[in-house]
Design a protein around this ligand. Structure first.
Ligand SMILES: [Zn+2]
Length: 330
């Protein structure tokens, strides 16, 4: 495992040739008030080879942040209603974040996944269905992880980072070992917005500022499916700037390598979503994805998959976000 630290002065040359490079330049150009913006003070390139684990709530192995430095991370999305204001707040501050996306959320809105990547944010993953991997056997847990990578990679239409965060931060020894063999870096957290507990943006603001007053730095956890974070973020970034905090942007040294069987399943899931969107405009807006067990592994010795049928919904929830609230936490 190797962590490469890049100073701000080296930013332009260091990012040349990486997906984040042009977007960083564009973000700066678009920034209306650069002097009041957080921007990106430093880029840290993560080499996930071997066992790379970060975030002091669980892992004490490495500390790449200096006093006053924060990393912005957003889990569980994308979900357009709340991800869009999050992107707007980040753009207003000319700053960049890391999004740990859920596979089935990504295939529900591939256009938004591509928009996030196009803006220069780093895209990692958070399993296929946001399952608690401690509640299942290693084979199924492994498939949750791998299908998550395939789905987000396929939705993005470009390489993504080999960055992973466990749902509920519920890691297991077996999956940590698996991720190490796949050269995937694991991210825990240092501070939690607790945004899934509240709809009040002031509570999110207070949670982060309170923890940072004590810790002075860290990897910050938000959820871009939560209205409280969507409403709080702009003001919170203003406050971080006022208090002299600096944003560190994480980039990957290499790209996530996906597995062919899971790629085929992900491709089929995206195809099903597309065909559903073509026949029913509502499907395009919906984040409701069939609640079903993981699909059986695709066997390469069988004939090609039949054409995808319409997406079956189990139960339309009264509100999209309420469904999210009950399903997703960390
Ligand atoms: Zn989560």
């Amino acid at each position: 495992m190797r962590v490469v630290l890049l100073g701000a002065l080296a930013l332009a040359s260091a990012l040349a040739g990486t997906p984040a490079g042009p977007a960083v330049a564009q973000a700066s150009a678009d920034c209306a008030q650069p002097r009041q913006a957080l921007g990106v003070s430093r880029v840290v390139e993560i080499d996930g080879q071997g066992s790379a684990r970060f975030g002091h709530q669980q892992y004490k192995d490495h500390d790449f942040l200096a006093d006053g430095e924060v990393v912005l991370t957003f889990d569980d999305g994308p979900l357009r209603a709340y991800t869009q204001p999050v992107l707007d707040a980040l753009k207003a501050h000319c700053t960049l974040a890391t999004f740990f996306m859920v596979g089935r959320m990504a295939v529900a809105d591939p256009e938004l996944v591509r928009e996030i990547a196009r803006r220069g944010h780093t895209v990692g993953t958070h399993t296929w269905t946001h399952a608690n991997l401690r509640s299942m056997g290693p084979a199924q847990a492994q498939r949750e992880i791998e299908l998550g990578f395939s789905a987000v990679r396929r939705a993005a239409g470009r390489p993504i980072a080999p960055f992973f965060r466990f749902p509920y931060l519920a890691d297991t020894k077996a999956m940590l070992a698996h991720l190490a063999t796949r050269d995937i870096a694991v991210f825990s957290i240092d501070a939690d917005a607790n945004d899934y507990r509240t709809e009040d943006p002031a509570a999110v603001h207070a949670a982060i500022i309170g923890q940072l007053t004590h810790k002075r730095k860290g990897i910050l956890l938000f959820h871009d499916i939560q209205p409280s974070t969507a409403r709080a973020l702009r003001g919170l970034l203003d406050e971080l700037k006022r208090r002299g905090f600096r944003v560190v942007h994480l980039v990957a040294k290499g790209e996530a390598r996906t597995l062919p069987d899971e790629d085929r399943i992900a491709e089929r899931a995206i195809g099903e979503k597309r065909s559903a969107a073509a026949t029913s405009p509502l499907a395009k807006r919906s984040v409701v994805w069939p609640v079903q067990p993981l699909p059986e592994p695709v066997r390469t010795d069988l004939p090609p998959l039949p054409p995808a049928g319409p997406v079956a919904r189990v139960r339309p929830p009264p509100r999209e976000e309420r469904w999210q609230d009950t399903i997703f936490r960390n």
